[in-house]
Design a protein around this ligand. Structure first.
Ligand code: SAH
Length: 208
């Protein structure tokens, strides 16, 4: 897995160190442990949620430019793997997940493995205002458009990395940075994520 990350251009020593250190087999389903280090997404529940592909996690976390002691928000905890990688880069992490059972199991796992991550259950499309502001925010699910409430929870110099569905190239990983009070956005390339479901995301299937 590490060779593949380097081959695909991951350069940050902190991110490579974190990816090498976080035990991915602890975050996948029991039957998938032998595949934990393959560069692919794997299921984490019966409803189709997945733990992201290692390369995508590394790209997102590298793009966050985390520094020791940064306050970071992870939207879409899932298994908790990406939150653990962010914590292993030295960040104090708040991670929010809408599916209660996933939030509970990720919180238990992260506590057992001793990562500095606070897991919150709820709709992260509006961020976590009571914990804001953040130096860095990662969204692990695809938003229809730039989630403005999240952007408003950044400090000056802060970074928001979010997959946006409605872009000219299709789903696009986007980085927004707050510079001198203005948002600068930049494309990090095409990507594929499950939908962000919530007030500033998509509606849940079947709801009106
Ligand atoms: N990064 C995770 C995988 C994320 S999969 C990992 O490393 O395992 C995307 C997750 O986002 C799913 O668990 C899904 O339930 C969650 N999600 C979708 N919309 C959300 C929202 N509005 N707020 C919080 N979590 C959300």
């Amino acid at each position: 897995m590490m060779a593949s990350l380097i081959e695909h251009g991951i350069r940050s020593p902190a991110v490579l160190h974190a990816m090498a250190g976080v035990p991915r087999e602890e975050f996948v389903l029991e039957g998938d442990r032998d595949r934990a280090y393959a560069d692919r997404a794997l299921p984490i529940d019966a409803e189709g949620q997945t733990i992201s592909q290692p390369l995508m996690v590394a790209l997102v976390v590298e793009a966050l430019e985390l520094h020791q002691g940064d306050r970071a928000l992870d939207v879409g905890t899932g298994s908790g793997y990406q939150a653990a990688v962010m914590a292993a880069c030295g960040a104090h992490v708040v991670s929010i997940e809408r599916v209660g059972s996933l939030a509970a199991s990720a919180a238990e796992r992260l506590r057992r493995l001793d990562y500095d991550v606070e897991v919150v259950e709820g709709d992260g499309s509006l961020g976590v205002p009571e914990r804001a502001p953040f130096d860095a925010i990662a969204v692990g699910a695809a938003a229809p458009r730039l989630p403005l409430e999240l952007a408003r929870q950044l400090v000056e110099g802060g970074r928001l990395v979010v997959p946006i569905t409605d872009s000219p190239i299709g789903e696009e990983l986007t980085r927004l940075r707050l510079v001198n009070g203005r948002w600068e956005t930049e494309s990090l390339g095409p990507c594929r994520f499950v939908p962000l479901i919530g007030a500033d995301g998509y509606q849940e299937a079947g709801s009106s």
